[in-house]
Write a protein that binds this ligand. Structure first.
Ligand code: ZN
Length: 300
């Protein structure tokens, strides 16, 4: 396992972590500058932040600071009640792939969607199996386009509490079943095996509780492990979406998880992704980034 204790070469900041500073929205160029000043070499930006700044501007800034992406957030949201809605989702996902390519992202992260309308508080139906079928169709169709630009897609299983609103793929096992069905390949990390077109983003917050986690990480192998997201699970958690903890403040054994992922040959960034409306988004961006560096070294 890599030693993170003396430097933060492998730290990436998911830019949602510093979406706000002292409660006020921070623009992506300012986030990039603040990261660069601290020697942070990678980020994973969100589409709305990129759109606000302009893809070209962001691409240039990344180049200026020799900064990499650890992923691009995010595509997905496939299920819909009619063909028109599903086509709109497809078109939007194609644009997300184009942006990911323009920014040099290693993968586009997919939050696959749940019951149509649920995120807006008006679920159109109760058929989660149908939603899952539409997710598979949606990813299959998108894979063709992603293949033409060589952009890997990373399915992020979300904690089951988000199954209705955000993602009906809730375990690594489910995600890998979809990977194996749509992108069959030799598993493992043998030399010469091609890069996966479809893989997974392992987010500690979503999967830490899963009794099959270690086995499914081994099943994924190096080729399908496209991203590692870290934060912590607070006890108690006060908000289902926006009360994620800083690494070391909760109950997730992050070094164990990283050990499992790295045992498969994963050698990418450890991406800090914290949504925290009442705590970290109320603090100064500099303080948050310094804390991310410190905890990356001591708790990941
Ligand atoms: Zn994540």
């Amino acid at each position: 396992m890599r030693d993170f204790s003396t430097d933060h070469r492998w730290l990436s900041i998911n830019t949602a972590t510093v979406r706000k500073s002292r409660g006020v929205e921070v623009l992506l160029p300012d986030i990039i500058e603040a990261c660069a000043r601290r020697g942070i070499r990678a980020i994973s930006p969100w589409r709305d932040q990129v759109a606000a700044a302009g893809v070209d501007v962001v691409a240039r800034l990344l180049k200026t600071h020799d900064m990499q992406l650890s992923g691009y957030c995010r595509g997905g949201m496939f299920p819909d009640t009619d063909a028109k809605g599903r086509q709109a989702a497809y078109d939007d996902n194609r644009r997300a792939i184009d942006e990911a390519c323009a920014l040099g992202a290693p993968c586009l992260v997919l939050v696959v969607g749940g019951l149509p309308g649920a995120l807006q508080g008006k679920p159109a139906h109760k058929d989660i199996d149908l939603a899952r079928t539409q997710v598979s169709y949606g990813i299959a169709k998108l894979l063709d386009y992603a293949g033409t630009c060589g952009m890997p897609l990373a399915i992020e299983p979300l904690h089951p509490m988000y199954a209705a609103e955000r993602a009906c793929i809730n375990t690594l096992e489910q995600a890998l079943d979809v990977c194996d069905a749509l992108d069959p390949m030799k598993s493992g990390a043998e030399p010469g095996t091609r890069r996966a077109a479809l893989g997974v983003a392992v987010d500690a917050y979503h999967v830490w509780w899963d009794p099959k986690l270690k086995a499914q990480i081994e099943r994924a192998g190096k080729n399908r492990l496209l991203a590692l997201h870290v934060c912590d699970w607070l006890v108690p958690t006060n908000d289902l979406l926006n009360d994620r903890g800083m690494m070391g403040d909760g109950v997730i054994d992050l070094p164990q998880l990283r050990g499992w992922v790295e045992a498969q040959g994963f050698a990418g960034y450890s991406e800090v992704e914290i949504f925290s409306s009442a705590n970290w988004w109320q603090r100064d961006i500099g303080e948050v980034l310094d804390m991310c560096i410190s905890r990356h070294r001591s708790a990941v």
